[in-house]
Design a protein around this ligand. Structure first.
Ligand code: PGA
Length: 306
């Protein structure tokens, strides 16, 4: 076979999007140019790689095989690139890092400190939800992920690097906020909570905590971001349960308070996670070392006051 890397890249984009138009857009090419390259590849292979089903295109069996090999060739090329950069020295290299929205506040500080140490590093930073983080790990779209507790999965390698206390928040005027005592868990059954979406780590931890203690919490509005939860709690829509690490500003300006509830905070951990099936690029190794170094320690030191 006399295929070119360019043909494989173009084929991979069409196979990924199952659309010639979308592939052309992402590669900044015209659609006829994309069709021509795929046509030449099919000729070279001697088999069709796509077939039409109604208005859509799907991969043929040969197309599926080709897609599989394209992905591993691209992965190898990327690794080659990283290794060459590392051999050149000078701390160059690329890091694809994705972080849970909840971790955004401290993750950007960590990355900023890391860039001072490795000014030659380039980054693709994605701040997204838990479901996408796990997809990115599975599909090798991120080298490292910063998230709460990942699910049990033999492919994933998690390392805990910092406590992640979850607390209950209320506006300062809320009757429970004025209670000086430890609030009993059963008292929370009278309240409504604004809650995160079902797949979020915060929501999973919240439900597990209360169900293990047979406490029935009234879940009101569901929201996909911590900042919307905080605004809603401030506006009196209910109590909220969030990571302590999202509250810096609101506590400082006294717009929200942390309720003194028995058995709280819920103690969780932040994890840095990678997929064992993919080789860690040198910059990802460097970030892991940095995360556990004395330089990073002050940036990770905002424990819940006891
Ligand atoms: P979340 O992530 O934004 O999905 O809640 C943080 C966590 O898992 O604690």
């Amino acid at each position: 076979m006399n295929t070119t890397l360019r043909q494989l890249t173009i084929f991979e984009a069409v196979a990924k999007h199952l659309s010639f138009t979308k592939a052309a857009q992402t590669l900044h090419l015209t659609q006829p140019a994309v069709s021509m390259q795929v046509g030449q590849l099919e000729e070279e292979v001697g088999l069709p790689l796509f077939e039409r089903v109604g208005k859509k295109i799907v991969l043929t069996e040969a197309g599926q095989e080709m897609f599989h090999y394209c992905q591993s060739i691209n992965q190898q090329l990327k690794e080659l690139d990283d290794v060459m950069e590392a051999l050149k020295g000078g701390g160059k290299g690329h890091l694809r890092i994705s972080v849970a929205t909840t971790a955004n506040s401290f993750a950007t500080r960590l990355i900023s400190a890391f860039t001072h140490k490795y000014p030659g590093a380039t980054f693709a930073l994605d701040v997204t939800n838990r479901k996408t983080l796990l997809e990115q790990l599975a599909q090798n779209e991120a080298d490292l992920v910063l998230m709460g507790q990942p699910p049990e999965n033999k492919d994933l390698e998690p390392h805990a690097f910092m406590a992640n206390p979850l607390v209950i928040i209320a506006p300062p005027t809320h009757p429970l906020a004025r209670a000086k005592r430890k609030i009993g868990l059963h008292e929370l059954e009278q309240e409504t909570f604004v809650v995160r979406e079902k797949q979020s780590g915060t929501r999973i931890a919240m439900e597990r905590f209360f169900s293990e203690r047979h406490i029935n919490i009234k879940a009101g509005m569901e929201m996909t971001s911590n900042s919307t939860i905080k605004h809603s709690v401030e506006a009196g829509l209910g109590l909220g349960l969030v990571s302590y690490h999202t509250l810096e500003l609101e506590l400082e300006t006294q717009r929200l308070v942390i309720l003194d509830v028995e058995e709280f905070p819920i103690q969780r951990q932040w994890h840095v996670v990678y997929n064992r099936n993919y080789r860690l690029p040198p910059m990802a190794q460097a970030f892991l070392t940095f995360l556990h170094s004395a330089e990073a320690a002050p940036l990770l030191d905002f424990d819940f006051p006891t």
